[in-house]
Design a protein around this ligand. Structure first.
Ligand code: ZN
Length: 136
């Protein structure tokens, strides 16, 4: 899966601000779809667009969990929006950041991958390409 992008994904244009492991792209996709539907619903039912100032400024892995930072979330949607974020945060604790496999148990401490040792190594290599040359 490619990195999900949207016009409100300012992070996408800032390069390093969108630093999300590929195994979590489906979680970001879910985020975008939910936001899209809240936007559409509001734009269809209200006489103004409360999402005009909405932008996602960072998408990243922090403390081994998915974090999405944004500004301009409409007040009327705050609870729903934060519920969505906390759900995705919890999901990322059980989703391998490398291959996207879902696990019942959260990862061991200091890891974002929950599969085999090979998968963990692959995840590290994709995030820190320089590690590869050290192995030679
Ligand atoms: Zn994996």
């Amino acid at each position: 899966m490619n990195k999900p992008t949207r016009p409100y994904m300012k992070a996408d244009k800032l390069g390093t601000a969108y630093d999300c492991p590929r195994g979590w792209y489906p979680l970001v996709q879910t985020f975008c779809e939910k936001v899209d539907s809240m936007m559409k619903e509001d734009n269809d039912t209200l006489s103004f667009s409360p999402w005009n100032d909405f932008e996602v400024t960072r998408v990243k892995q922090k403390w081994f969990r998915l974090r999405i930072y944004a500004s301009g979330v409409p007040e009327r949607r705050e609870d729903e929006y934060h519920g969505l974020l906390s759900h995705l945060h919890d999901m990322s604790a059980r989703t391998c950041a490398n291959c996207g496999a879902e696990n019942e148990k959260p990862a061991k401490a200091n890891r974002v991958c929950y599969c085999s040792e090979e998968c963990h190594t692959e995840e590290l290599d994709s995030r820190f390409p320089r590690r590869k040359s050290k192995k030679i």
